[in-house]
Design a protein around this ligand. Structure first.
Ligand code: GN1
Ligand code: MG
Length: 360
C-alpha cells in the first residue's frame, strides 16, 4: 500500500482500518483510488486536478450544497438506503471541510457506494432510466437555495471553446498545424461555428435560461443497481449553472455513440436513434415540468452540440500539445477528435428524425 496515500486518507474520519488502496475508474481529469477497510464502508479517495479546478473552495462548496439538498429531498420523499443514492463526503479531521490540502495537492474522500455498477455503454432500456434520473436530478436542484459558482468559468460555452481552438491554432505550440488533416478538421469546425454557437446568442437575447446542471453526464458517471435502476449520479465537479443542453447532449454523446469516444475505427461510430428515443422519453417524463418550449425544441440541437464541442476541445488540446486530457498514446486526442467529428455528422443527419420524435 502506498504510504503517502495512506497518510492522506488518515486526514479524514474513515471508519475501520485501511486494508488496501488501489486505482479506480478511468476519468480523464482527477486521480481516483478505492480505499478498502475492515469497517462497514469502503471509500473513494480523489486528488482534485487543481490545474483545471483552480478554486477548490468553490468546487467543494457546490458539491456540499448539492449533496445536502438532494439528501434532504430524498429524506422528505421517504426514500430508504439514501447513502447509496447521494454521495457523502467525509469531513477532514482538523478543519471539518470536505477536502484536505497540503498546499500543493487537494484531496477528498467519499463513501464508496456498495453494489453499484457502471457501464461504458447502455441499452435503450437503461438509457430510459438515465433520462428519468437526469430530469429528476435537474428538477431536485431547481429550488436549491444556495448560489453555485462556475467551477470552470464558461465550461460549456461554445463561443469560448471556439475561441480557445482559434488561440491554439494561432500559437501552434506543438507544431501540429503542419498536418493537413488537422488543418482540414479546424476548417470544418469553423465552417459550422456560427450555427453551433446559437445557445449563447439565445441566452443573450433572454430566451434561453441557465439552470443547475450536472455538466458531465457521461454514461460512466452514473451508478446503476443490479436491476438497472439509477442509484446515484457521481462526478459532481462540474455541477453548475448551464443550459439543459449540457446534460441532455453529453449523455447522448456517450450513450448514443455506437462506438467508443476514442474509437480508432470510424466505422464503429454512429448515432443510435433507439438510445436517443428512450433517453428523450425518460428525460421528458421528469423534465417536462420545468422545460420551456425553447429548451424542448432545441434538444435535437443539443445532441449535435456536444459531439461538436468535444471535437473542438479534443482538437484544441491536441494542437496545444496535450496539456488538458490524460492521453494513452501521442495521437490520442486526434483520434478522439476524428471519432467525435464522425459522431457529430451522424447526429446532424438525424436532426429531422429527432425533432419528429419529440413532437409526438
Ligand atoms: C472529462 O473527468 P471526466 O473524464 O469525467 C471532462 C468532460 C469531458 C470528458 C470527455 C472537467 O470528464 O468535460 O466531456 O472528459 N471534464 C472536465 O471524456 O473537463
Ligand atoms: Mg467521470
Amino acid at each position: 500500500m502506498d504510504a503517502r496515500l495512506l497518510e492522506i486518507v488518515g486526514h479524514f474520519a474513515v471508519e475501520g482500518k485501511v486494508t488496501g488502496i488501489r486505482p479506480l475508474g478511468n476519468g480523464l481529469i482527477n486521480d481516483t483510488f478505492l480505499v478498502e477497510t475492515d469497517g462497514p464502508d469502503n471509500y473513494v479517495l480523489q486528488r482534485i486536478n487543481q490545474g483545471i479546478f483552480q478554486d477548490v473552495d468553490l468546487l467543494q462548496h457546490n458539491i456540499d450544497c448539492v449533496t445536502r439538498h438532494i439528501r434532504k429531498k430524498l429524506e422528505a420523499a421517504g426514500e430508504t438506503d439514501i447513502d447509496r443514492k447521494v454521495l457523502r463526503f467525509l469531513p477532514e479531521r482538523e478543519t471539518g471541510k470536505s477536502y484536505w490540502t497540503d498546499g500543493t495537492q487537494w484531496w477528498r474522500v467519499s463513501v464508496f457506494i456498495r453494489d453499484a455498477i457502471t457501464y461504458e455503454a447502455v441499452t435503450p432500456e437503461y438509457a430510459g432510466y438515465a433520462g428519468v434520473a437526469f430530469g429528476r436530478f435537474e428538477a431536485m436542484l431547481a429550488d436549491l437555495p444556495d448560489q453555485l459558482g462556475e467551477t470552470i468559468p464558461d465550461f460549456h460555452n461554445m463561443e469560448l471553446r471556439a475561441r480557445q481552438l482559434r488561440e491554439a491554432v494561432a500559437a501552434d505550440a506543438a507544431g501540429r498545424m503542419a498536418d493537413p488533416e488537422v488543418k482540414a478538421l479546424v476548417d470544418a469546425i469553423f465552417a459550422r461555428e456560427a450555427e453551433m454557437c446559437k445557445a449563447e446568442r439565445m441566452y443573450r437575447e433572454g430566451v434561453l435560461p441557465k439552470r443547475i446542471c450536472h455538466c458531465d453526464t457521461k454514461v460512466n458517471n452514473m451508478l446503476f443497481d443490479r436491476d438497472g435502476n439509477i442509484l446515484c449520479v457521481i462526478d459532481l465537479d462540474t455541477v453548475m449553472p448551464s443550459f439543459v443542453f449540457s446534460d441532455f447532449g453529453d449523455f447522448l454523446r456517450t450513450a448514443a455513440n455506437t462506438g467508443a469516444e476514442d474509437d480508432p475505427n470510424l466505422e464503429n461510430v454512429d448515432f443510435n436513434m433507439e438510445i436517443f428515443k428512450a433517453f428523450a422519453k425518460g428525460y421528458l417524463s421528469t423534465a417536462s415540468a420545468f422545460l420551456t418550449p425553447v429548451e424542448r425544441e432545441n434538444l435535437p440541437f443539443a445532441a449535435t452540440l456536444f459531439p461538436y464541442m468535444q471535437a473542438v476541445r479534443f482538437l484544441a488540446d491536441y494542437i496545444n500539445g496535450d496539456t488538458y486530457y490524460k492521453i494513452k498514446y501521442p495521437a490520442h486526442n486526434l483520434v478522439r477528435t476524428r471519432a467525435q467529428w464522425k459522431l457529430y455528422e451522424a447526429a446532424c443527419s438525424r436532426l429531422a428524425d429527432m425533432a419528429r420524435f419529440l413532437q409526438q
